[in-house]
Design a protein around this ligand. Structure first.
Ligand SMILES: Nc1ncnc2c1ncn2[C@@H]1O[C@H](COP(=O)(O)OP(=O)(O)OP(=O)(O)O)[C@@H](O)[C@H]1O
Ligand SMILES: [Mg+2]
Length: 249
């Protein structure tokens, strides 16, 4: 069983190089036209679509490998500024949803500017300036994966508004993602963390996914020694709150 798992992980790992080659090729065609030649508008759109989807596969591959590392108890602590961590996670999300917003996030130079850009998309960011500028020591890849999954869900299931709140409480990082969508009835509060579970798959809007995101989030949070809380009910939106212990500097 263990050998089989390693084989699968290795196979997934080996997707990385060819994917990087595809990504570089498409990026060159798009960005280095003086060398590769001009593009028509239609060609450019097709290449952008190809690039977006290549990025989807790359992030899935990274997520699967990160989950494997997590189960093995491997934690990769790095020092990172909150602002970089959150901006990178937001860019990853919006790269796939709305390229223009992702480009605008990349050029934001301060917190008020970023907040304003996100607000236009119905995403409210609550974090204190002092924390925003602060460095923390944590497993960046895992936290980004948690952020991405919770935020993607909230943006997918919301009516119009999502709130992301980040705080430091003593030795814990506490963050919550709240949306104003249909919510999750309490009978499903455990089930949604099981692999492949989706509520009411007949609803066309739940089909966009695999029912794996939250199962992965739960594994990552548990492996980092954290806790996850869900507050939600039918028709009342959903709030996922994650509490993670911060490592000493
Ligand atoms: N914010 C939310 N509001 C309402 N329902 C939600 C929310 N987040 C998750 N759910 C429900 O929980 C199910 C499981 O979520 P999960 O993220 O694991 O899978 P998914 O989003 O359907 O697919 P993916 O594997 O792409 O993440 C969803 O299909 C949905 O029914
Ligand atoms: Mg999901």
């Amino acid at each position: 069983m263990y050998r089989k798992k390693i084989k699968i992980d290795l196979l997934i790992h080996d997707f990385k190089v060819p994917l990087a080659v595809v990504q570089t090729g498409i990026t060159s065609l798009l960005q280095r036209r003086e060398k590769y030649g001009p593009l028509t508008e239609k060609q450019e759109r097709a290449l952008m679509r190809a690039l977006r989807n290549t990025k989807v596969i790359q992030s899935l591959v990274n997520d699967i490998l990160e989950l494997g590392r997590s189960r093995e108890g491997i934690v990769g602590l790095t020092n990172i500024k909150f602002s970089d961590l959150i901006e990178q996670a937001l860019v990853e999300i919006f790269d796939l949803l709305d390229r223009k917003t992702s480009e605008r996030i990349k050029i934001c130079t301060n917190l008020p500017q970023l907040k304003e850009t996100l607000e236009e998309k119905g995403l409210m960011l609550f974090i204190e300036e002092a924390l925003w500028c602060q460095g923390v020591r944590l497993d960046e890849a895992k936290i980004r994966q948690i952020f991405r999954n919770l935020l993607n869900n909230a943006l997918k299931y919301r009516k119009s508004r999502v709130e992301l709140e980040i705080e430091k409480k003593d030795i814990h990082l506490v963050f919550s993602v709240k949306d104003d969508g249909e919510g999750i009835p309490s009978i499903y509060h455990k089930k949604i963390f099981e692999s492949y579970f989706q509520m009411d798959i007949t609803d066309s809007y739940t089909v966009r996914g695999h029912g794996l995101g939250l199962a992965g989030v739960m594994i990552l949070v548990e492996d980092m020694g954290g806790e996850l809380f869900l507050e939600s009910d039918e028709g009342k939106g959903a709030k996922f709150l994650v509490k993670l212990p911060l490592a000493n500097k």
